[in-house]
Design a protein around this ligand. Structure first.
Ligand code: SAM
Length: 204
C-alpha cells in the first residue's frame, strides 16, 4: 500500500510538472519499468565508479541504477526542476547519490564542484528535440567531454531527431526502440567519444 501511494505521488508530481513545463519535462509520465530495464541492461554497472544522470525527474531510472551500482560508486544526478530535486532528495536516501539543482549544460562545473573527474557512464532523459539548439549542443558537448575514453552515454528520446548530433560526437551509436512505455521510446547507446583535436601550442 505504501509503495503504491508513493508511486501515485510521483505520478501526480510528474504530470503536474509536465503541465507547468511541457518543453523541459517532455512527457507526462515517468519511464516505465520495462524501459528502465532495457536502458540499463547490457552495461557492467558493477564496474562503474562514477556515473552522471541528466534529467532524473522523479527518479525512475535513478532508483534502478542505484540498485545496480557497487557500494563505492558515485552517482551525480543533475536536474533543472526544483520540485523534482526536492522530491529526489526527500525520497532517495543513498550516500552514493548527489542531486544537483542545475543544468546539464554546466556539467563540467558540477562535476568539479563535487570532486569528480571523468565519468564511466552518463544517462540522459532530457528532451533534446524541444530544447533550443545552442543549449542542445552545449549539453551534448559537456557530456561527451565528461566521459572517460571508454565511457558510454545512454540516451532515451521520443524521436530520432538527436541522432545526427550523437553521431557527430560518438564513433559508435546504436539505436533501438522500447514499445513498452506509454509512448514508445528510442534508446541510443553511444560509445567512443570523439574529442576534437586541440591544435599544438593552443592552451587547450
Ligand atoms: C522525460 S523527463 C525524464 C524523467 C526521468 N528520468 C524518467 O525517466 O522518468 C526529462 C527530465 O529532464 C529534465 N531537464 C530538462 N532540461 C534539463 C537540463 N538542461 N538539465 C538537467 N535536466 C533537465 C526535466 O526537468 C525532466 O525532469
Amino acid at each position: 500500500m505504501r509503495r503504491w501511494l508513493e508511486s501515485l505521488g510521483r505520478g501526480l508530481l510528474f504530470a503536474a510538472n509536465f503541465l507547468k513545463h511541457p518543453l523541459t519535462v517532455g512527457t507526462f509520465v515517468e519511464s516505465s519499468p520495462a524501459l528502465v530495464k532495457r536502458l540499463l541492461d547490457g552495461v557492467d554497472w558493477q564496474g562503474c565508479r562514477s556515473v552522471v544522470e541528466l534529467g532524473p525527474g522523479t527518479g525512475a531510472v535513478t532508483r534502478e541504477l542505484l540498485a545496480r551500482l557497487p557500494p563505492e560508486a558515485r552517482l551525480l544526478a543533475v536536474e533543472t526542476n526544483a520540485d523534482f530535486v526536492a522530491a529526489l532528495r526527500r525520497t532517495i536516501r543513498d550516500p552514493r547519490l548527489t542531486v544537483v539543482h542545475g543544468s546539464a549544460a554546466d556539467l563540467r562545473a558540477h562535476l568539479r564542484a563535487h570532486g569528480l573527474g571523468r565519468v564511466d557512464a552518463a544517462i540522459s532523459g532530457i528532451p533534446f528535440s524541444t530544447m533550443p539548439e545552442t543549449l542542445r549542443g552545449a549539453v551534448l558537448d559537456a557530456v561527451r567531454d565528461a566521459l572517460s575514453p571508454d565511457g558510454r552515454l545512454l540516451v532515451y528520446q521520443h524521436s530520432n531527431r538527436v541522432l545526427p548530433l550523437l553521431r557527430d560526437r560518438f564513433a559508435h551509436v546504436l539505436g533501438e526502440t522500447e514499445w513498452r512505455n506509454l509512448l514508445p521510446m528510442r534508446l541510443f547507446r553511444c560509445e567512443q567519444p570523439i574529442h576534437e583535436e586541440v591544435e599544438a601550442g593552443s592552451p587547450g
